[in-house]
Design a binder for this molecule. Structure first.
Ligand SMILES: [Zn+2]
Length: 183
């Protein structure tokens, strides 16, 4: 019988993580995304990626996600798609949202950000940092980014880069599974 439901369930520790007080700065939001990524590895609940979404009008963090692809068996549950799914209708609240992610989005997450009409994407580790430890970002991110920039989407990669890179390296050195189509 074909499945009729799918679920996104955050690990218990993530639901209990303290949120930065509103209005949360770019750096506070990125520190939250990076802390979620670090904790996800430390707790063995998934891959080394975290994300947060902030409502820019109020500076409120409305969703936090981590990579749940391995833990859930659902390959689309990257940190960004988890956060976007949880934010749901609030993505279109007045004033727009910023997506903070511990690593530049892969082609799927960039596509999800496009459809979610996210106006600004701030990332920490770069695409090449993820690829250096074996993850694939998928072809076409450059082209989609150009299309999104033409629509006015702002990209700001590299915020607190070294902190996010150290999580990727730790994960690889621990022998963490490198999942994806080319692994
Ligand atoms: Zn992704």
């Amino acid at each position: 019988m074909a499945a009729t439901t799918a679920e996104i369930r955050l690990p218990g520790w993530l639901a209990e993580m303290p949120m930065p007080l509103a209005p949360a700065s770019d750096e506070a939001c990125m520190r939250l995304a990076i802390a979620a990524a670090r904790e996800n590895v430390a707790r063995g609940s998934g891959g080394p990626f975290g994300a947060a979404i902030r409502l820019d009008a109020t500076g409120e963090v409305i969703a936090v996600g981590v990579n749940l692809a391995l833990a859930s068996g659902n390959p689309v549950l990257h940190a960004e798609t988890v956060a976007i799914s949880l934010a749901g209708r609030r993505l279109t609240d007045h004033g727009g949202v910023t997506l903070f992610t511990s690593c530049e989005p892969c082609i799927m997450c960039l596509g999800a950000s496009h459809w979610a009409e996210i106006g600004r994407i701030v990332s920490s580790a770069l695409k090449e940092d993820a690829e250096a430890v074996g993850f694939s970002e998928g072809a076409g991110t450059g082209q989609l980014r150009v299309e999104m920039e033409a629509r006015g989407v702002v990209f700001q990669p590299g915020l607190l880069r070294e902190e996010a890179v150290s999580i990727l390296r730790d994960y690889a050195e621990r022998g963490g599974e490198i999942y994806g189509p080319e692994s």
